[in-house]
Ligand binder design. Structure first.
Ligand code: ZN
Ligand code: ZN
Length: 325
């Protein structure tokens, strides 16, 4: 049942991912409305960013009466604070350049995941965001690929008995070397500058955190590898090899279309072989303003009429066709 359960979960995650959307549009009075839907882990990221920005705009524990006289003492509502926080997020993003940096350095999306689940998605165990929302094991494996890691040991009664030090799964120096080597997402044809370090063999499976076991992937393609069935390995010569979910190899650079030495001649030859005679007036319509023959149009186009009277259609068509050209 575990496998079936996991498949259903993967389908649900796929549906959520496909349903992601953000609508930002001006309303009639000039204000801007926002409506959208995010996957759980991106939602957690947004809420965390909003909370951080809110904290910066409206610090807690400011004693009453510290504002200048005449300034409104009324605390804005939560919704108003959220709106101000979003404005600060937008300003900050534009001011500092759109660069997400290394995940885990500036923000944290906390995932609690049991060690067996991280090593094998089919194992029973929890994989939940901080607010208790379950995420598929593939997602927690992706988030854990390049993150801060805190190992906790639990007693049989679930009490935490030991908390390890927080460590980066990819140390900063190694990350710099990885960026220098890969220079962006390694997925064929992508090359997006910002990336996350992907362990070819996951550290939870005992994969080492070394340059040869790492590849830089953008968020989208990191997801493709962990959650959409694409696979990635390093060949003996050190080159990466990506495979589609069906196992076919993705070429590093797509093969260009073959262009013959004299393309015009080649196209003419192909048209002659197909019996096409194309000239300067070919695209000029032959219609002279006749009324539409609806009965004929339905006979020709409607699938039911066509299957009911295939012979009649076959006979009628050329005759009528000539009458209107
Ligand atoms: Zn990964
Ligand atoms: Zn990419």
């Amino acid at each position: 049942w575990r496998r079936v359960d996991r498949k259903a979960e993967a389908r649900e995650a796929e549906r959520q991912h496909a349903g992601r959307a953000l609508h930002v549009y001006p309303d009639e009075d000039g204000t801007v409305r926002i409506r959208g839907r995010l996957t759980p882990e991106v939602g957690a990221l947004l809420m965390q960013a909003l909370a951080a920005a809110r904290e910066a705009v409206y610090p807690k524990n400011v004693p009453a009466g510290t504002c200048a006289p005449g300034v409104s003492q009324e605390t804005p509502t939560m919704e108003q604070q959220q709106a101000d926080a979003l404005a600060l997020l937008a300003e900050t993003a534009l001011h500092h350049g759109i660069d997400p940096g290394a995940p885990g350095e500036r923000y944290q999306v906390v995932v609690h995941v049991d060690a067996p689940v991280l090593a094998d998605a089919d194992q029973a165990g929890q994989s939940v965001l901080e607010d208790g929302l379950r995420v598929p094991a593939g997602t927690s494996q992706r988030l854990a690929c390049d993150a801060s890691r805190v190992v906790m040991r639990h007693a049989p009664d679930c009490r935490v008995v030991e908390v390890g030090a927080r460590t980066r799964t990819i140390p900063p120096a190694l990350r710099r070397a990885l960026h220098h080597r890969d220079r962006g997402c390694r997925f064929p044809g992508c090359g997006v500058r910002f990336g996350q370090g992907h362990h070819l063999r996951h550290w939870a499976h005992g994969g080492p955190t070394t340059l040869s076991n790492l590849a830089l992937l953008c968020r989208r393609h990191h997801r493709a590898v962990h959650e959409e069935g694409y696979t990635l390995d390093r060949q003996a010569d050190g080159e990466l090899r990506f495979r589609r979910p069906d196992g076919r190899v993705l070429p590093e650079v797509p093969l260009p279309h073959e262009v013959p030495d004299d393309p015009v001649h080649a196209i003419r030859a192909r048209h002659e072989a197909q019996g096409l005679v194309l000239h300067a007036r070919t695209a000029t319509p032959g219609w002279l303003g006749e009324r539409l023959d609806l009965g004929w149009a339905i006979d020709v186009l409607h699938p039911l009429a066509r299957s009911a009277a295939p012979i009649e259609w076959a006979c009628n068509w050329p005759a009528r066709h000539h009458s209107i050209t």
